[in-house]
Design a protein around this ligand. Structure first.
Ligand code: GUN
Length: 287
């Protein structure tokens, strides 16, 4: 039986560290860290994610300031809001929820966020820092994935890691983090040939393709560690809606450890966002 890596428990532990970090900042400055959350339009999934982020901020003692803008907001108006947030000393982290509505250029918007307040780690300066191993703010989901892996793997040197998906949010940054630990990393994607054969060589699989139950039992070598980043909402034959991951977890008894969906990567992502906000606030204290 594979070990189930408990993301909820790990996230709860990280939350305690964050609460301590918030207390340190309050002691040093008299005020808690502030996170600005910008939501443009009314994408239903984004509404749910933003709601969760804000409620977790409250739990951690972080002040969250929500900015909801209509879907037809002009790019100049959104950029002006980011300029104001960049200049606001009470704001330590800025998060613009993606995807943005059509007509808004996400790259231009992310570029405008001060790298020091970029708690998503999406600004090109932070992407560069990550790829050169020179610090900076690291994207939340990859950071959470590494903490989940660290709970079962001590030494990554020479391990084969196969990342399925090459997104800027998960696939590329998690590959950089695995490379930094001296794993041998293969990044795969929709055009990869013989993906099951590639996956079968992996000691670590990070499945971030957004394809429900893509990774089957025969793709996974006995003893591999499998991180499932997928969250797809499906409705079964009985009309019951549920969230499924990228892995057929019921076929993975021979793995060493797997993350569940839900309750694996998801809780860690939000916990890491809060941890990044505390980190950004502490970096601000040093400047
Ligand atoms: N949309 C999906 N994942 C993310 C994330 O990690 N950050 C932001 N800002 N938007 C997202």
């Amino acid at each position: 039986m594979a070990q189930i890596i408990d993301g909820k428990a790990l996230a709860a532990r990280l939350m305690e560290d964050t609460q301590q970090g918030v207390a340190d900042i309050v002691a040093a400055t008299g005020a808690p860290p502030g996170l600005a959350v910008v939501l443009v339009g009314a994408d239903p999934a984004s509404e749910v994610y933003v709601g969760r982020k804000i409620s977790q901020c409250r739990k951690a003692g972080i002040t969250s300031i929500e900015h909801r803008l209509p879907a037809d907001t002009a790019e100049t108006e959104l950029l002006a809001l980011i300029d104001r947030l960049n200049a606001d000393p009470a704001i330590h982290g800025i998060l613009v929820q993606l995807p943005l509505p059509k007509g808004l250029n996400a790259a231009a918007v992310l570029d405008r966020i001060s790298p020091d307040k970029d708690v998503d780690g999406f600004h090109p300066v932070n992407v560069g820092r990550l790829s050169t191993g020179t610090g900076g703010l690291v994207p939340c989901t990859p950071l959470g994935i590494m903490m989940l892996l660290d709970s079962v793997i001590e030494d990554y040197r020479g391990l084969n890691a196969v990342v399925i998906g090459k997104s800027n949010i998960v696939g590329k940054p998690v590959s950089m983090l695995l490379l930094e630990r001296e794993a041998t990393v293969t990044v795969t994607h929709i055009e990869t040939k013989d993906l099951p054969d590639v996956a079968r060589k992996a000691d670590i699989i990070v499945a971030a393709a957004g394809a429900p139950h893509l990774v089957r039992g025969y793709w996974v070598k006995p003893g591999a560690v499998v991180i499932d980043v997928g969250i797809t909402r499906i409705t079964d034959h009985d009309g019951v809606t549920k969230i499924v991951g990228d892995c057929a977890t019921h076929e993975l008894d021979h793995a060493r450890a797997v993350t569940p969906v839900p309750g694996g990567v998801g809780p860690m992502t939000i916990a890491c966002l809060l941890a990044n906000t505390v980190k950004a606030a502490k970096m601000g204290l040093k400047r």
